[in-house]
Design a protein around this ligand. Structure first.
Ligand code: PLP
Length: 421
């Protein structure tokens, strides 16, 4: 087991080194030119690009399988239902969850967190209770808890980080007490790239009887995941960050928790029977999937899981770490550049500021060079406040990112500095 809560297989015999150029060919969009320049896509933390296999799986569904799921007795409906449930089983295996019923399809991480806050949270979090977050949370792992606290009279507490962007575990431990009902923490920060020690956090929370929700939006594309090894109660992810489509994601929750949770939204498919006097709810996961689900999205997510698990996890991690190290060294050497987020355990997210140059200007000038990065607060305003910043520039890596992309970024940043000289 590695400290990220995932177990990495030993190096296979006949190990083939990672071939990024070949892999890039699986992503048709990357072959584009932008303003006459080759596209350099360094915004994968916002959304990843999609491999041909995902695009094809989704178009095949529309061409050959499309029908509503769980409802029809006809051939296509049965086939669509089978494909939809197979996608659920793929996500189950991807997360190493014990049962497919522990996977609820949602729109994405945001909806997963809202679902837990408004179902589990409503039942278990009361006035005087506490919900513990960390400073590095994305707004989607802050606002739903704030809403719950406003509704229930519970209190939001926040575990601090150090300057490098590492969670202060002693402080976190101090903040977990008998009033803590839930700890909601990100596995990987979308601004800092920090990989949090989830297993340890779970141990600390469980020792006080608190449940743990992990925001896995940024972890899923990079880390080998194992929710049982992590020990968490809830795990949320977004398809579009992990080479799948938008509008689909998954919530993992342990079966006994899901079984005891009230429904989220009401409608078709989440019921066993309806009368005007009383409605009986369906069992999980269907209880939490009201209405016609995003069937093609689920198929696309299943294909994305196939794509990711088809990559050698050791080779992928080694490649992404090599590009990250190359980028960190090169950026740190640029005069006037400050990296935000230098945790010891981090993945390929590079936030930075340049002396005297607004991040939006950096982004705009780089764009004209065909380089896509993100600028702004990255939906993490409390974290920005922690660093005394309104915004940063952020380059983020995917499985297709290469050292050439970083060279292009460096050349682009030299142009930015020239403009402002
Ligand atoms: N959590 C983190 C760490 C993220 O980076 C994001 C998106 O950027 C989210 C949650 C929200 O994901 P989504 O917008 O797909 O629901």
């Amino acid at each position: 087991m590695n400290r990220r809560g995932g177990s990495l297989p030993p190096l296979a015999e006949g190990f083939v080194p990672y071939q990024v150029e070949r892999l890039r060919q699986a992503f048709p969009i990357l072959a584009q030119r932008i303003y006459g320049k080759p596209l350099v896509y360094l915004d994968s933390a916002a959304t990843s690009q999609k491999p041909q296999a995902v695009i094809e799986a989704m178009s095949r569904f529309f061409l050959e399988e499309n029908a509503n799921v769980h409802r029809g007795v006809h051939y296509l409906s049965l086939r669509a239902t089978e494909a939809y449930e197979q996608a659920r089983a793929k996500v189950q295996r991807f997360l190493n969850a014990a049962h497919p019923e522990e996977i609820v399809f949602v729109r994405g991480t945001t909806e997963a967190v809202n679902l837990v806050a408004q179902t589990y949270g409503k039942v278990h979090v009361h006035a005087g209770d506490e919900v513990l977050l960390s400073t590095m949370e994305h707004h989607s792992n802050i606002v739903p808890w704030q809403m719950l606290c406003e509704q229930s009279g519970a209190r939001l507490r926040v575990a601090p980080i150090d300057d490098s962007g590492e969670l202060l575990l002693d402080e976190l431990e101090r903040l977990i007490g008998p009033r803590t009902k839930l700890v909601a923490v990100t596995h990987v920060s979308n601004v800092l790239g920090t990989v949090n020690p989830i297993q340890r956090i779970v141990e600390l929370a469980h020792a006080q009887g608190a449940r743990v929700l992990v925001d896995g939006a940024q972890a899923a594309p990079h880390l080998k995941l194992d929710v049982r090894a992590l020990g968490c109660d809830f795990y949320a992810l977004s398809g579009h960050k992990m080479y799948g489509p938008t509008g689909i994601g998954a919530l993992y929750a342990r079966r006994e928790l899901l079984e005891a949770m009230p429904p989220y939204q009401g409608g078709g498919d989440m019921i066993l029977s309806v009368s005007f006097e009383k409605t009986l709810y369906n069992k999980p996961p269907y209880r939490f999937e009201a209405g016609t689900p995003n069937m093609v999205g689920a198929i696309g997510l299943g294909a994305a899981v196939d794509f990711l698990t088809g990559l050698d996890p050791i080779a992928l991690a080694a490649h992404e770490q090599a590009v990250l190290t190359y980028a960190q060294r090169a950026l740190a050497a640029l005069p006037g550049l400050r990296l935000i987020g230098t945790a010891r355990d981090k993945i390929g997210v590079l936030s930075f500021v340049l002396d005297g140059i607004h991040p939006h200007d950096i982004g705009t000038i780089l764009d004209r060079e065909g380089i896509a990065i993100r600028t702004g607060h990255h939906c993490a305003q409390p974290l920005m406040q922690r660093y005394g910043l309104a915004a940063t520039a952020r380059a983020s890596l995917g499985c297709y990112s290469s050292e050439q992309d970083i060279d292009a970024l460096l050349a682009g940043l030299a142009k930015v500095q020239e403009v402002f000289r």
